[in-house]
Design a binder for this molecule. Structure first.
Ligand code: C2E
Ligand code: CA
Ligand code: CA
Ligand code: CA
Length: 275
């Protein structure tokens, strides 16, 4: 198989399962990309809904492929997870994110996504500490986003790691809230700092009563538990207004900005135009 330079991969071998083959090629390319430092981190602002201030940026991985251009994470994170390459990749994102954030104003945090696979790595805590030390970023400016699936696997060990991370000041967010099977019980098992309301509930917030009711319940839950709530995927003024009205704490979405390269962060931090 060979990358043909037009954004697709062609396969010459016969008798091989095309999907398995595509995966092998992707795995090989991911290894090369790690060696060649082709991964970049983009940043999407997260705004406080009360004062409109940018309180954090979420770090989102991008693969700057030599032939195919910029590749979004959904196209490579799953294979990186299957092959274990998410461990070195996740470490690169973490290190770049901490280093970039160290250059931002002191009251702006950075949120980094952690894959369940990274929790199987016994060095996770050490590498988080190392990234903070190398960048001299204060630990309270680092947020780590995990999904419920992290708690699904080996939850005793995972909880111990989460407590250790939180013990030295890192904040832990529960990502994609509401999309799993037993979200509520996880809120009892660990003192999360933040709940991120999944985009699927925000998308039809203004048009479906059910989504509105769910967002209202989650923001209420956040308030009674003292947990920050962040709405993902805010695209319209109507969604923004409803979220603010419901007392959701923060929002993130294309309405404010898509994820942009590190060099654009300063531009994004300039005061927003009056809305
Ligand atoms: P996520 O953690 O839920 O990140 C939010 C995703 O929603 C991002 O997609 C972001 O670009 C997109 N998004 C933000 N606002 C809007 C909006 O208003 N409308 C719509 N339609 N989309 C919006 P992205 O960057 O493609 O990342 C996709 C997923 O890949 C992330 O979902 C996360 O699960 C994963 N991912 C990205 N970077 C990393 C990483 O460094 N490590 C790990 N483990 N996973 C990552
Ligand atoms: Ca996330
Ligand atoms: Ca999310
Ligand atoms: Ca999501």
């Amino acid at each position: 198989a060979k990358a043909d330079g037009r954004g697709t991969y062609r396969f010459f071998e016969t008798g091989m399962d095309a999907r398995a083959q595509a995966r092998r090629v992707l795995e090989r390319d991911l290894r090369l990309a790690l060696q060649r430092d082709e991964f970049e981190v983009y940043y999407q602002p997260i705004r406080d809904l009360e004062d409109d201030r940018i309180v954090a940026f979420e770090a989102l991985a991008r693969w700057n492929h030599s032939l195919r251009g910029l590749i979004a994470p959904n196209n490579f994170i799953p294979v990186a997870e299957e092959t274990g390459l998410i461990v070195p990749l996740g470490e690169i994102v973490l290190r770049k994110a901490c280093a970039d954030a160290a250059g931002w104003p002191d009251d702006v945090a950075v949120a980094v996504n952690l894959s369940p696979v990274q929790f199987k790595n016994p060095n996770l805590v050490t590498s988080v500490k190392a990234a903070l030390q190398a960048s001299a970023l204060s630990s309270d400016r680092l947020e780590l986003e995990i999904t419920e699936s992290v708690l699904l696997q080996n939850s005793e060990a995972t909880l111990a790691v989460l407590h250790e991370l939180r013990g030295f000041g890192v904040r832990i967010s529960l990502d994609d809230f509401g999309t799993g099977y037993s979200s509520l019980s996880y809120l009892r098992s660990f003192p999360f700092d933040k709940i991120k309301i999944d985009r699927s509930f925000v998308t039809d917030l203004a048009t479906r009563d059910e989504s509105m009711a769910i967002v209202r319940a989650v923001t209420g839950l956040g308030k009674s538990l003292g947990i920050v709530t962040t709405a993902e995927g805010v695209e319209t003024d109507a969604q923004f207004d409803l979220l603010r009205q419901e007392g959701c704490t923060q929002a993130q979405g294309y309405l404010f900005s898509p994820p942009r390269p590190a060099a654009d962060v300063a531009k994004m931090l300039r005061p927003a135009p009056e809305r």
